[in-house]
Design a protein around this ligand. Structure first.
Ligand SMILES: [Fe+2]
Ligand SMILES: [Fe+2]
Length: 272
C-alpha cells in the first residue's frame, strides 16, 4: 500500500499565462497546453474508475485500500482543479479543447461496462503519466524559467503522478483483471493518447500561428527524439508494461521523492 499525501500547491493560477511560457518555445508550450487540456475530464475518469473499483472490492480488501484510494482521489481532484484554471486562461485566448470533446464521446461508450475495463484504461494512462512524469523530473530545465509558477505546477503534478502510479494497477489486479486485457487496453490507449496529444498540439500551434515555422519542427524533433528526447528515453519503460510480471513499483520513484523533499516551501500538506 502507498501512503499518499494530498498537497495544496502554493501557486497563483489566477494570473494569466504568457504566450510562450515554456522557455519561449512554441512547440513545447503547445505540447504542455495540449496535455493540460486532457486533464480535467481524464482525471475525473481516473477518480471514477478508482472509486468504483474500490466499491467492488470485498470488505477486507477495502480496508487495505481505503486510505490509498482516498489519497489518490484527493491528489487527482487537486490536479483537476488547477488544470481547469490553467485551461480557462487558454480558452480566454481562443484555444479550443478538441481533445475533451472526443474523449467525452468515447466516455459514452464506457457506460455500464465492467469496472475492470475502466481500471485497465486508467492503469494504462497512469503508466503513461508516470513515465512522462519521471522523465520530466529528470529534465526540469526543459520547462524553462519564464514562468516558475507553471514549472512548479508541472513538476508537482509529475511528482504526485509518480507517487500514486500503483493505485489503479493494484485495484485492477485485486479485482482479478487479466494480463491480456491490461495489455490490450494499453496498446489502444497508446495509440489514442499519442494521436490526441499530437493533434491537439498541432491545433494549438495553428491557433498560435507557429505551426509551419521551421523552429517549431526543429524543437519538436529535438524534444521528442533528441539525445534527452521524450520518446527516446521513455520507450523502454513504456515497453515494460507489456511484461506479464510488470508492476509500476518496479520503476524507481526517486526523482519524485527528491523533488517533493526539496520543494516543501511550494506546498502545504492538507491530508492523507
Ligand atoms: Fe494527475
Ligand atoms: Fe494520476
Amino acid at each position: 500500500m502507498t501512503d499518499l499525501v494530498v498537497r495544496r500547491l502554493l501557486v497563483d493560477m489566477e494570473q494569466p499565462i504568457e504566450r510562450h511560457w515554456c522557455a519561449g518555445d512554441a512547440f513545447r508550450t503547445a505540447f504542455f497546453d495540449a496535455l493540460s487540456m486532457s486533464f480535467p475530464l481524464g482525471e475525473q475518469f481516473f477518480i471514477d474508475s478508482v472509486r468504483d473499483g474500490f466499491k467492488a472490492l470485498p470488505p477486507d480488501q477495502q480496508a487495505h485500500f481505503q486510505s490509498e484510494v482516498q489519497g489518490f482521489i484527493g491528489q487527482e481532484a487537486t490536479h483537476r482543479r488547477l488544470h481547469d484554471l490553467y485551461n480557462q486562461h487558454l480558452a480566454r485566448r481562443g484555444f479550443v479543447n478538441h481533445w475533451e470533446v472526443r474523449a467525452r464521446q468515447r466516455l459514452q461508450l464506457m457506460q455500464g461496462v465492467d469496472v475492470r475495463h475502466w481500471l485497465a484504461i486508467t492503469a494504462a494512462n497512469e503508466h503513461f503519466t508516470a513515465i512522462f512524469a519521471d522523465w520530466m523530473l529528470r529534465n526540469p530545465d526543459l520547462l524553462g524559467d519564464r514562468d516558475p509558477r507553471l514549472a512548479t505546477l508541472w513538476l508537482w503534478h509529475s511528482a504526485e503522478e509518480s507517487e500514486h502510479k500503483n493505485t489503479a494497477f493494484d485495484l485492477y489486479q485485486a479485482l482479478g483483471g487479466s494480463h491480456e486485457w491490461r495489455v490490450r487496453w494499453f496498446r489502444r490507449i497508446t495509440v489514442t493518447f499519442l494521436s490526441e496529444t499530437l493533434l491537439q498540439t498541432a491545433r494549438n500551434l495553428r491557433h498560435d500561428g507557429t505551426l509551419w515555422r521551421w523552429s517549431t519542427w526543429k524543437s519538436a524533433a529535438s524534444y521528442l527524439f533528441g539525445r534527452r528526447g521524450l520518446v527516446r528515453q521513455t520507450f523502454r519503460p513504456w515497453k515494460d508494461y507489456l511484461h506479464p510480471d510488470f508492476h509500476p513499483s518496479r520503476h524507481d520513484g526517486a526523482a519524485a521523492e527528491r523533488w517533493l523533499a526539496e520543494h516543501r516551501h511550494a506546498y502545504i500538506p492538507v491530508g492523507r
